[in-house]
Ligand binder design. Structure first.
Ligand code: NAD
Ligand code: UDP
Length: 313
């Protein structure tokens, strides 16, 4: 055959959002701990990913393997400022998550939660994108019921030192539902319980209870985004343990000779928490898979590598 066939003309439908591989996804806070694992997963799923992050607690280093990739873009951007991009989905994670960092500049934290979420909802409204908010178990405050179901309204101090974060997230959830009811925006809300794993800030300061390895937590977020339920849905590990049990576990793992010291708790710290994850199990077919006892050694490994501390034995 002499005449070579012309290459097939790509169908314009290729660019439709129904063709998942061409989906454009914005991840705010994508340079952070959970965000960067989520970006890995979305990139592996062939999505086009735009990260907007101001690097307050996150770092470019978490995303270094994607820099220069044709499907990847990284923007230094603070979500308290308006953002103009054209996307099909928004994973809105931008917000410091550890008390050490969110208490550092509480006014900034509440601005990030309120103005940042408002801006991302304005963006979602303009471009018709679906938006997922990573809310938190902190919306339950110091809970008066145990375990916590999504229908529980919480017990939160509105004027405490943690309020910038927990009340901030509560307003963010309110904004999500108001944009949904008033403007018909497609929303998804995950309430994440404490999560730990590789790339967590070394000085994070939070207790570990849920391992992110193999991007398990992130699977829950993607399932929520892709499914039909707005949420809120608890994403967490119902395996409960006391702080002393945790300390004993860490001691056993790192150095059985270290001494456990009791210190005063920080103000308004919830005394007991455990997610009811019936909704996640039923609606998302999601549940955590890594027990504390198996997750801790993986975390130890990651911290040793990053800190350059070799194992003694
Ligand atoms: P992280 O601090 O590692 O990540 C947050 C990211 O947001 C960072 O990259 C930071 O630089 C960025 N950021 C902060 N303020 C910003 C702003 N104004 N503009 C743009 N970027 C900004 O925290 P994480 O643990 O990955 O948490 C991610 C999300 O999940 C947060 O919304 C957090 O509230 C939520 N969450 C996390 C946990 C957890 O256990 N890690 C629990 C509940 C909820
Ligand atoms: N916004 C944004 N990107 C957009 C569209 C809106 O950051 O693509 C911001 C906008 O600056 C505003 C917020 O989102 O502060 C809320 O937008 P909305 O259109 O809902 O409200 P309005 O602008 O009418 O107050």
């Amino acid at each position: 055959s002499s005449a070579a066939k012309p290459p097939p003309t790509p169908s314009p439908l290729r660019f439709s959002k129904f063709f998942q591989s061409n989906m454009r996804i914005l991840v705010t806070g994508g340079a952070g701990f959970i965000g960067s694992h989520l970006v890995d997963k979305l990139m592996e799923n062939e999505k086009n990913v735009i990260v907007a992050d101001n690097y307050f607690t996150g770092s470019k280093d978490n995303l270094k393997k994607w820099i220069g990739h044709p499907r990847f873009e990284l923007i230094r951007h603070d979500v308290t400022e308006p953002l103009l991009v054209e996307v099909d989905q928004i994973y809105h994670l931008a917000c410091p998550a550890s008390p050490i960092f969110y208490k550092y500049n509480p006014v900034k934290t509440i601005k990030t939660n309120v103005i940042g979420t408002l801006n991302m909802l304005g963006l979602a409204k303009r471009v018709g994108a679906r938006i997922l908010l990573t809310s938190t178990s902190e919306v339950y405050g110091d809970p008066l019921i145990h375990p916590q179901e999504e229908s529980y309204w919480g017990n939160v101090n509105p004027i405490g030192v943690r309020s910038c974060y927990d009340e901030g997230k509560r307003v963010a959830e309110t904004l999500m539902f108001d944009y949904h009811r008033q403007h018909g925006i497609e929303i998804r809300i995950a309430r994440i319980f404490n999560t730990y794993g590789p790339r967590m800030n070394i000085d994070d300061g939070r207790v570990v209870s849920n391992f992110i390895a193999q991007a398990l937590r992130v699977d829950g977020l993607i399932k929520l985004m892709e499914g039909e339920n707005t949420g809120p849905i608890n994403i967490g590990n119902p395996g409960e343990f006391t702080m002393i049990e945790l300390a004993e576990n860490v001691k056993e793992l790192i150095n059985p000779k270290v001494e456990i010291k009791m210190v005063e708790n920080t103000p308004d710290d919830p005394r007991q928490r455990k997610p009811d994850i019936s909704k996640a199990r039923e609606l998302l077919k999601w549940e955590p898979k890594i027990k504390l006892k198996d997750g801790l050694p993986l975390m130890e490994e990651d911290f040793r590598l990053r800190l350059g501390v070799p194992r003694n034995n």
